[in-house]
Design a binder for this molecule. Structure first.
Ligand code: ZN
Length: 731
């Protein structure tokens, strides 16, 4: 074995050196210059800056509209300017509800008044800022004053309502209580309202988010009994951003919807609470015992109800317009000033937001500082780099959405790609985005080292994936929603990425008063080693996009991925058909009735409509033709093209992602124009790929599924025509 070791090392070194001799998108003659720029970039990154800046930016609550948020924006603008950027603040006037009345009480058969309090902990001075700490609530809950029997609905997702139906339990006219998790929170009140409920309470169960996970704050990182997750419940799957200005910028004089007509405010009042406040409510429920998978870790028997627990929920908000301050910092490219690479992270937080979002924000700033320093020494990026620090992300991606809507035409002309980060932790690289960028991101992940293990980020992640049954291949996940990339990719067809580290820094501080600098330093990326690694990763992606000869978009991996989505969608229809056939057979045989326990509630299921065979051939044929065009493109060597042709090719490459949009957008939510990726209508943050077709199938709307198949085939055709233009250039 020992004798073999030098040979292994030798192969390793050789392979490493070889891998660095090419970079996707670079002519061979330009590779070493780029590598030396990247080495100089890495060498200047300083972890202490991240620490200092986090301490400053997360010192006080800075949700949208606060004085501290405005000061943060101005301070960041000054920093960008001092690093050589042309920086400014662009302000929008956006609706942001602040709670005036929050009342939740159990009115029968026993009584309890929910505390709804921010409770300071010893050893963390940030939690002792009293009135300045934002009260716990869900932004864009409607006002309301309701009293009704309570029903426990597990996570409050579609599958839970199917279970309730089997048990003969209806939530009509009731108030539901749902656990956090299982979906994005906004789905819970949306679905509850659709089912006829008149109020919604969301709580953090200690099983998912509390003492069952580990020691609670301040002893450990996890949620203590008073912690409450704030968060937006705006109907973002319909459209994100300012609720009053859908599709256009919320400038001072913009025409605004009447609040009562704003479709993304919830239909029923909704309030998040702690497990301390949830326990008496849940304990007062009777009726059926909840199925085993619904039960949490509170020391009670979980009943579903309805009642006899009766609750009174009263909520009122101030519904004011607040200024959202986006910081936009630009460094003009030396050769292609009208081709922009944008990097963004939000700066607003629910409370202090040390982890979410400041840990990502400070990594972005350090990256910008060093790129500025390199430019001052003559290593200027060829393309323009734009840094964005977004405000009002937390209430609904508002700052970024308004900016994109306000500047849409220019961005669609000039923007090459948008790279997003948000809160950052420790552990493994997570990267999602446009699959045309997968090959480039993989190459970057193969060159940046993991700070703990010394292997590449790609190797470390592959190891974890393989342990979890994966194949170890580097893949980008598809983007749903939940951060500021959404307006770029899904509304404007601009290629986007979202990157960050996690897996070794879990905790219960998310959107609570405990997401502080102290918590971060004790339980998250305490030495900012992964903050620096994030700056290295995102910085390389930015620099390579900015300096590449030919923009590094690769189509073969896109095609493989999208073909996979098509197979999934077809399989979904087949699986549904098999399931319905089996269900109907069981109904015919009276099996549900015969197997039911007479002591438990039972509702006899009805037979279901058969799943028809859909004609997927328009999509299959167009995708096959597209594959042909992509293979042709992949067979050319673009490094042999002359400069004029490279210029023309880059102009086409920049516009390629936008060919995947349809102007009419997705059914019933035209704001979402991308035909490959969208957040699910009933999952919220969770992605639905080929969303129009997939969701029509999932919702059993076969007519719509068939027409969306034809529409998607048209999108593939449009993309192919564009690739054929690129192929014509190569000849
Ligand atoms: Zn965030």
């Amino acid at each position: 074995m020992k004798k073999l070791l030098p040979l292994f090392l030798c192969i390793g070194l050789f392979y490493h050196a070889d891998a660095q001799e090419s970079i996707i998108g670079f002519k061979p003659a330009n590779v070493s210059k780029e590598l030396s720029t990247e080495a100089a970039f890495d060498a200047q990154l300083k972890a202490q800056n991240l620490d200092d800046w986090m301490k400053k930016l997360a010192a006080e609550p800075h949700y949208v509209g606060t004085e501290y948020g405005r000061k943060n924006a101005e301070w960041m603008m000054k920093q960008f300017k001092s690093w050589g950027y042309d920086a400014k603040i662009e302000t929008y006037q956006v609706l942001f509800p602040y709670p005036k009345v929050r009342l939740l009480e159990l009115t029968g058969p026993t009584t309890y008044k929910a505390k709804l309090e921010n409770v300071a902990v010893e050893g963390d001075e940030y939690t002792k800022q009293g009135e300045a700490l934002l009260p716990s609530y869900n932004a864009f809950s409607t006002d309301g004053d309701v009293e009704a029997e309570l029903v426990f609905v597990n996570y409050g997702v579609p599958a839970d309502y199917e279970e309730l139906e089997k048990l003969g339990i209806d939530v009509k006219g009731k108030i539901v209580i749902a656990k956090y998790y299982g979906s994005w929170r906004g789905i819970k009140p949306k679905l509850a309202a659709e089912k006829g409920a008149i109020g919604c309470i969301i709580y953090s169960d200690p099983e998912d988010d509390g003492y069952y996970q580990g020691d609670v704050y301040p002893e450990g990182a996890f949620k203590n009994e008073t912690g409450v997750q704030r968060g937006s419940v705006m109907d973002m799957p319909l459209y994100p951003g300012d609720v009053l200005t859908p599709g256009y910028g919320a400038t001072k004089d913009a025409k605004r919807l009447d609040r009562k007509d704003a479709p993304t405010i919830t239909k029923i009042p909704v309030l998040p609470i702690s497990y301390q406040d949830a326990k008496p409510l849940l304990a007062a429920l009777k009726g059926a015992v909840a199925p085993p998978s619904w039960r949490g870790a509170l020391p009670i028997t979980y009943h579903i109800g309805p009642g006899p627990a009766k609750v009174h929920l009263k909520l009122e908000f101030d519904w004011q317009l607040k200024p959202a301050h986006n910081v936009i910092a630009t460094m003009k490219g030396s050769e292609f000033p009208d081709q922009w690479i944008m990097r963004g992270n939000h700066h607003d937080a629910w409370v202090h937001g040390a982890s979410d979002p400041i840990s990502g924000m400070v990594a972005l700033m350090e990256e910008a500082r060093v790129i500025g320093a390199l430019a001052k020494k003559g290593q200027k990026p060829k393309r323009t780099i734009v840094y964005g620090a977004w405000d009002a992300e937390e209430p609904g991606l508002i700052g970024s959405t308004e900016w994109v809507e306000d500047h849409e035409k220019e961005l669609q002309q000039k923007m090459v790609a948008y790279i997003n980060t948000d809160g950052n932790g420790r552990g493994f690289l997570g990267a999602g985005g446009s699959h045309t960028l997968q090959a480039m991101v993989r190459e970057v992940a193969q060159t940046v080292k993991d700070p703990q293990k010394g292997v590449s980020l790609a190797e470390r992640r592959a190891a974890a994936n393989m342990l979890n049954g994966g194949d170890g291949e580097f893949k980008l996940y598809a983007l749903g929603s939940g951060s500021d990339y959404t307006p770029f990719i899904q509304h404007s067809g601009i290629p986007a990425l979202n990157i960050g580290f996690g897996g070794e820094s879990s905790g219960g501080e998310y959107h609570t008063i405990y997401d502080t600098y102290d918590h971060y330093k004790r339980f998250k990326d305490f030495d900012f080693a992964y903050g620096i690694t994030l700056a290295k990763t995102a910085g390389r992606i930015v620099l390579r996009l900015a300096n590449a000869d030919v923009l590094p978009f690769e189509l073969k991996q896109w095609e493989t991925t999208v073909s996979g989505y098509l197979d999934e969608v077809m399989k979904t229809a087949d699986d549904m058909r098999t399931a319905v056939e089996k269900h109907n057979m069981l109904v015919d045989k009276n099996a549900f009735e015969l197997a039911a326990n007479p002591k438990e509630p039972f509702v006899k299921p009805k037979k279901k409509e058969l799943v028809p065979y859909l004609d997927f051939s328009p999509m299959q044929n167009e995708l096959a033709a597209l594959k042909g065009a992509i293979n042709t493109y992949a067979s050319f060597d673009y490094t042999k093209l002359d400069d004029a042709k490279i210029k023309a090719l880059n102009e086409l490459l920049m516009k390629s992602e936008s060919q995947l949009m349809s102007t009419s957008g997705l059914p019933r939510r035209g704001w979402y124009k991308h035909q490959i990726y969208a957040p699910g209508f009933y999952t919220g943050y969770g992605v639905k790929t080929l969303p129009a077709v997939r969701e029509a199938i999932e919702q059993e709307d076969w007519k719509e599924a068939q027409s969306e198949i034809v529409k998607l085939a048209e999108t593939f055709k449009q993309f192919r025509a564009h690739i054929e233009k690129m192929n014509a250039l190569m000849k």
